[in-house]
Write a protein that binds this ligand. Sequence first.
Ligand SMILES: Nc1nc2c(ncn2[C@@H]2O[C@H](COP(=O)(O)OP(=O)(O)OP(=O)(O)O)[C@@H](O)[C@H]2O)c(=O)[nH]1
Ligand SMILES: [Mg+2]
Ligand SMILES: [Zn+2]
Length: 349
Amino acid sequence: MVHGLPALGWDPLWDGARLDADPSLSLRPARVTLQGRDAWRVHDGDVELVVGVRGRLRTGSTLPVAGDWVLLAGSSADDSVVESVLPRRTALVRKAAGNRTEEQVVAANVDVVLVCVPAHSVNPRRLEREITLVWESGARPVVALTKSDLDDEPAETLDGLRAIAVGAEVIAVSSYDGDGLDDVRRLADGGATLAVIGPSGAGKSTLVNALVGEHILATTAVRDDHRGVHTTSARHLVPLPGGGLVLDTPGMREVALWGDEESLDEAFGDVEAFASDCRFADCEHRTEPGCAVLAAVDAGLVDEERLASWRKLQRELAYLARKQDVRLAIEERKRWARLSKAHRGAIRP
Ligand SMILES: Nc1nc2c(ncn2[C@@H]2O[C@H](COP(=O)(O)OP(=O)(O)OP(=O)(O)O)[C@@H](O)[C@H]2O)c(=O)[nH]1
Ligand SMILES: [Mg+2]
Ligand SMILES: [Zn+2]
């Protein structure tokens, strides 16, 4: 179905990036379609093949992820190996699950992220986190009310979502009756890459199957308590019949932020707009006199819960920044310990 690199999202700007990484043009470009633990599935515009990566790429965030453009060495499918990863234009990054203070790149070079909110369980606070994550990635967020066929008052729900996802387009989609599918296809116009995120059971894989027109991804019914069962376990990039590509992702259990406060300003642009009128530049919008945000809450212009959520996410990012500082300090200490040990070894035969 895919013919040539442009069908995979390659454009002239990538030619420049390729030339920088490989001036002699001895390596060939390919796009990562599926990321495994030790193997990667890539498409070179001609065929899809399974490849390994050079050992030096196996550290931290340089490991290729779905959506990455890589350069392959080797001429045949059997001896191809990823030699380098081209610099990412966008990267969807979250904090790794659990207590680790590490980033996890979920997907690369995505142009639009469709944030799915299932009609059977709309969770505004989760949506705020997801939108913040998308702004941070450099991609454009679009919110999809999925399973809209289950909603008796979709127009009302959409209004509610618009108030939370300020600045993002909001659409209603049903894979069952086909509602909104064209709106989603339009997002991939011009060969763009679309990623689909959202809670487990939101209907992400069903939507991707509907877009592709084939049942290529597994889906599972949600449990009675409306919680998904985490059917999808890998990130899979698939080309769409009408051009463009779509990346299905597993439902995230926790949406842990990774980023700085600037992405919050974008996600909470409505609250931020009032903050510029506060009397004090460092106003924390708690009890300060002349606080324009609190005045806006009083006037019913800003939802009190939304203000609370904004504060909470700010605290979370500040906490993350402190934890990162501690982690860096520990690593630096370890590095010095290693260096001085090596040094002692060198002078003491
Ligand atoms: N009513 C209705 N049900 C849907 C729709 N789309 C999907 N479903 C159902 O919702 C359930 C979950 O769908 P999936 O596509 O597996 O959900 P998912 O978001 O991929 O879930 P994970 O892979 O676990 O993250 C399945 O039973 C689907 O049949 C829809 O548009 N309307
Ligand atoms: Mg799925
Ligand atoms: Zn204030």
